[in-house]
Design a protein around this ligand. Structure first.
Ligand code: PMP
Ligand code: GLU
Length: 397
């Protein structure tokens, strides 16, 4: 019998992290793996951000920080929310965390009681359903398909809400589909929330700058519901700062105080040096961010053209983030040698072992019909990866 708690026994391992690990292990054995599994920009952190971190160390920013973050960083975040998103927050409503991942965990653990329902459109980012489990809440899924560009309608949202609903969680631009909700689409959802004042909204906006169709729209712009929106954002994607571990929530004051209290008992304030780097990132303008976005857009075009040529894959053109989420059901039931593909996770493993390309099966994103490919990799690697995927899929009969 396991000595471990039901809490951890019931928790699924993060598949994004698992597939990245499997890919690294094979690469360490000398296999030439192309990793399209991990959602992480392949760019370096901008120089001015790294310089600020070096200076922070020399200036002895090496002590415990305020749990919710240094005041000047919280002010820089407030300014960013005003300038880039047109949203008004006070610095006391910002809680800086060890990555957007912790910001999400803080918010869910602070809002959701055991048994309360959390509505999550599928496909969703892998950690959403798991953090709801940690809070002992109940995930209620709204399924979407590639045909509707993986977006939900106000009618679907309304039908999923019950008196037990506490929270709605989504990302736009979306990981894993790259879908982006327009202002009009968000307005439709906001109207439903206006009629349902018991529902809070967790709006994960970490990919806001990787948007190929225009400016970012936040659901917090709708005044009637703003007080119930918790914005999640961070520096990992926009500033290529995945290893620095910094993200934040912007919310009403009650939720902000709760997240501060929660974090004060679990991790305390995020790394002092990272926080100084974060302030420099926001103070330094958007030039590097726009450069990365333009590169991602170019790669999206290259990968899309190659994916469309592969028989059996059903794929849409995503409007943001850096993922494709092709439907792979055409390969279910097919085999190569003694290897049979029963589901998307089997296919992802097959592509790793036979094609030497790491992807992530859709099951952990709540969509067992698809696989996720990240195109945050160099162009020549992407072209080679598509060649390998085409060849490996072509062998399945
Ligand atoms: N939300 C989404 C949708 C993500 O893809 C990720 C992964 N980076 C996160 C949150 C967590 O980001 P961070 O690295 O800031 O913890
Ligand atoms: N968010 C990235 C992804 O989806 C990084 C992995 C993770 O944090 O789970 O792949």
């Amino acid at each position: 019998m396991s000595a471990l708690s039901n809490r951890i026994n019931n928790l699924s391992e993060s598949q994004t992290i698992k597939m990245a690990k499997l890919g690294r292990e094979l690469a360490a054995k000398g296999v030439d793996i192309i990793s399209l599994s991990f959602g992480e920009p392949d760019f370096h952190t901008p120089e001015h951000v790294k310089d600020a971190a070096k200076k922070a160390m020399d200036d002895n920013f090496t002590y415990y920080t305020p749990v919710a973050g240094y005041p000047d960083l919280r002010k820089a975040i407030v300014k960013k929310l005003k300038d880039e998103n047109g949203l008004d927050y006070d610095a006391s409503q910002i809680v800086v965390s060890t990555g957007a991942k912790q910001a999400i965990a803080n918010a869910v653990l602070c809002l959701v009681n055991p048994g309360e329902e959390v509505i999550i459109p599928t496909p969703y980012w892998v950690s959403y359903s798991e953090v709801v489990k940690l809070a002992e809440g109940k995930s209620v899924f709204i399924d979407t398909t590639v045909e509707s560009n993986f977006k939900i309608t106000p009618e679907q949202l309304e039908a999923a809400i019950t008196p037990k609903t506490k929270l709605f969680m989504f990302s736009s631009p979306c990981n894993p589909t790259g879908s982006v909700y327009s202002k009009e689409e968000l307005a439709g959802l906001a109207e439903v929330f206006e009629r349902n004042p018991h529902v809070y909204i967790l709006s994960d906006e970490i990919y806001e700058h990787i948007n190929f169709i225009g400016g970012h729209e936040s659901i917090a712009q709708f005044a009637a519901i703003k007080d119930r929106v918790v914005i999640i954002n961070g520096f990992s994607k926009a500033y290529a700062m995945t290893g620095w571990r910094i993200g934040y929530t912007a919310s009403n004051s009650e939720i902000a105080a709760a997240c501060d209290k929660m974090q004060g008992q679990i991790t305390s304030g995020t790394c002092s040096i990272t926080q100084r780097a974060g302030t420099a990132a926001y103070d330094g303008g958007l030039e590097s961010v726009h450069h990365m976005r333009d590169e991602f857009k170019k790669r999206r075009g290259i990968v899309y053209d190659l994916l469309k040529e592969i028989d059996g894959l059903k794929v849409n053109l995503p409007d943001g983030a850096f993922y494709f989420f092709p439907n792979v059901t055409a390969f279910f039931g097919k085999s190569f040698g003694d290897r049979k593909i029963n589901n998307a996770d089997d296919l992802s493993l097959y592509l790793l072992e036979e094609g030497h390309v790491a992807t992530v099966g859709g099951d952990s994103f709540g969509d067992p019909k698809s696989i996720r490919l990240s195109y945050a990799a160099a162009e020549d690697k992407l072209v080679e990866a598509m060649k390998r995927i085409k060849a490996a899929l072509g062998k399945l009969q």
